[in-house]
Design a protein around this ligand. Structure first.
Ligand code: ATP
Ligand code: MN
Length: 466
C-alpha cells in the first residue's frame, strides 16, 4: 500500500523539506477551521510527540465535504507540500493537496475528547489511551530506555541471559508468587491427597518468577558478567502507586564484584539512563516537565551532575529517628523502611538519589552476604525522590558454610536449592548484582504519579483486562 514518511523523520531533516511533497499517515488530534477559509489539522502518527500541522485551503477546492468527516480520532493520509511554518512552536507544516480517510471516528462517541481526561478513566480505555500525549510519550520513553538498558550492558561486555519465566523457587522468600498449574480448581483430582501435584503439569509446585537472580548467578559464575531483562510477577496485594503484579526487571549479575563494585555499576547505570532521556527523549522530557511534574528536568539534571549520597542502614536509622518527623511507622534499628521513610531520606534530607548499604540480616533474603558484624548483610537499596526504592541489590553469599547457616535460619528447604548450594561447592567466587524495576525508572524520569501509566497494560489486584 501507499506508504508515507514518518512524521518524526520529516523533522529530522527539516531544512531539506520545504518545497518538496510528502505523504504522511496518522490520526487526527484536532481540527479547526478559520474564518479565512483555511482548515488546520493536527496530525500525529506516534513517531513523535508533536505531530505535524496540516493546512487545508478550503476555498476553490472541494474539501468542505471531506473535511467535515475528518473528526478527532480519524485515521487519514495526507499528501501535501512541505512549507516553512509561520506559526510559532513548529518549523514546518504540510499544505494538503490530497486527503484520504482510512477510518473515521464518530465525534460524539469517540472516548478521547479534547479535554484532559483522568488517568483512571484512561486506564479503562487502555486500547485508546496510547493516542494521548501522556501515554504516548511514556511509551516512547519506555522504548528508548529498554534499548538503552541493553546498550549499557552490551557495551560493557555483559551477556544477555534469558532466565525462565516459570520457576520452582521463590527467590525473595516473600511468598508473593503466582502459581502455575494445569489443574482446574473447579474440578479437584480425587484420591490424591498424598501428593496433590502428581497429576499437575510439572509434577511439582511451580510459579511465575519473582526474580531471575538465582538463575543469573549460575551464568555469572560461568560467563562472568551477565544480565537478565524480562517480565517479573509478584502477587503482592499492595494497591500502591509503585507496585504492579507484572513488571519488567533488569538484573545484572557480576562475578568478582563486591558490594562496592556493585554500587558503582548501579550508580553509573542510573546516570546513563537519565542522560538517555534528557538527550534522546528531549521532546518528551519537556512535555513531562511542563504538564506532569514542574521541575522534572532540573531534578534529572541534578541527579546526573551531583554524586549520589551513600549511607549505611544504621546511619539512615539515626537520621530518621533524630529528624523529629512524625512517621506512621516508627523508626528503630531493625525496622524495614517504608515508602514514607525512603522518600523522607531522598527528598527531604538529601534531595537526590541515595544508596543505603548494609541492612539487618533479618530483613533480607538468605542469599545476601553476611557482613563481619554478623548482624548485617551486604545489601544496597537505591532510593530516588518521588518514588523511593528503584534498585535493590547485594553481594551474594559465596561461602558454603555461611550460606547453609542462612538457609537454616530462614527455613529455606535445602533439597530445593541443591544446584544453588553446589555453586558454592564447585568454584565459588565473590559476586554481586542488583535489580532495577523498569516501571519505577520510567516513573522517575517522567514524574508520572502512578506506576500504572508507565506500562501499556497494567496488572494490579482485580485488574487484568486487555
Ligand atoms: P518494595 O519494597 O518497593 O516492594 P522490593 O524490596 O520488593 O521493593 P526488590 O525485591 O529488591 O524490591 O526488587 C528489585 C526492584 O524491582 C525494586 O527496586 C523495584 O524497582 C522493582 N519492583 C519490586 N517490586 C515491584 C512491583 N511490585 N512493581 C514494580 N516494580 C517493582
Ligand atoms: Mn516488594
Amino acid at each position: 500500500m501507499e506508504r508515507g514518511i514518518r512524521i518524526a523523520d520529516l523533522f529530522k531533516e527539516e531544512e531539506k523539506w520545504p518545497g518538496k511533497t510528502a505523504v504522511v499517515q496518522g490520526w487526527v488530534k484536532t481540527r479547526r477551521d478559520s474564518r479565512a477559509g483555511v482548515g488546520f489539522i493536527e496530525l500525529n502518527d506516534g513517531s513523535n510527540l508533536k505531530g505535524v500541522q496540516i493546512v487545508v485551503e478550503l476555498e476553490g477546492r472541494d474539501y468542505s465535504g471531506l473535511l467535515g468527516q475528518i473528526t478527532t480520532g480519524s485515521a487519514i493520509l495526507v499528501e501535501g507540500l512541505v512549507a516553512a511554518s509561520p506559526g510559532k512552536g513548529q518549523s514546518i507544516e504540510l499544505r494538503a493537496e490530497r486527503i484520504e480517510i482510512y477510518g473515521r471516528a464518530e465525534a460524539e462517541t469517540y472516548p478521547l475528547q479534547k479535554k484532559r481526561h483522568s488517568f483512571e478513566y484512561l486506564r479503562r480505555i487502555a486500547h485508546l489511551r496510547p493516542r494521548t500525549n501522556t501515554i504516548g510519550a511514556a511509551a516512547r520513553v519506555r522504548s528508548r530506555l529498554s534499548f538503552a538498558i541493553h546498550r549499557f550492558f552490551q557495551d560493557r561486555g555483559f551477556h544477555y541471559i534469558h532466565t525462565p519465566v516459570i520457576t520452582a523457587s521463590d527467590c525473595e522468600g516473600a511468598g508473593e508468587t503466582f502459581r502455575v498449574t494445569t489443574l482446574d480448581p473447579a474440578r479437584p483430582v480425587s484420591g490424591q491427597t498424598e501428593d496433590p501435584y502428581k497429576s499437575d503439569f510439572f509434577a511439582r509446585p511451580a510459579f511465575l518468577t519473582v526474580s531471575g537472580q538465582l538463575q543469573a548467578e549460575i551464568y555469572a559464575l560461568a560467563l562472568g558478567q551477565v544480565y537478565t531483562f524480562g517480565p517479573t510477577f509478584r502477587a503482592e496485594n499492595s494497591n500502591t502507586s509503585r507496585h504492579l503484579a507484572e513488571f519488567w526487571m533488569v538484573e545484572p549479575e557480576m562475578a568478582f564484584h563486591d558490594l562496592e563494585d556493585d554500587l558503582e555499576v548501579a550508580l553509573a547505570f542510573i546516570k546513563y539512563l537519565i542522560e538517555v532521556v534528557l538527550g534522546e527523549c528531549a521532546q518528551e522530557a519537556e512535555f513531562f516537565n511542563r504538564f506532569i511534574e514542574p521541575g522534572l528536568i532540573e531534578r534529572l539534571e541534578n541527579a546526573v551532575r551531583r554524586s549520589s549520597e551513600v549511607v549505611t542502614y544504621t546511619e539512615a536509622v539515626d537520621i530518621l529517628s533524630k529528624s523529629g518527623e512524625k512517621f506512621a511507622f516508627p523508626v528503630e534499628w531493625g525496622c524495614d523502611f517504608q515508602a514514607e521513610h525512603e522518600r523522607y531520606l531522598t527528598e527531604k534530607v538529601f534531595g537526590r538519589p541515595v544508596a543505603i548499604l548494609n541492612f539487618p540480616r533479618a530483613l533480607k533474603p538468605f542469599y545476601m552476604r553476611v557482613n563481619d558484624d554478623q548482624k548485617t548483610v551486604a545489601a544496597m537499596d537505591i532510593l530516588v525522590p518521588g518514588i523511593g526504592e528503584i534498585i535493590g541489590g547485594s553481594q551474594r553469599e559465596e561461602r558454603l558454610d555461611v550460606l547453609l547457616e542462612q538457609m537454616s535460619m530462614k527455613g529455606i528447604p535445602k533439597e530445593d536449592y541443591r544446584w544453588y548450594i553446589e555453586l558454592r561447592e564447585f568454584g565459588s567466587a565473590p559476586h554481586s548484582g542488583f535489580g532495577l524495576g523498569l516501571e519505577r525508572l520510567v516513573q522517575f524520569v517522567t514524574g508520572l504519579p502512578n506506576i500504572r501509566e508507565t506500562i501499556p497494560f497494567p496488572r494490579t489486584p482485580g485488574h487484568a483486562e486487555f
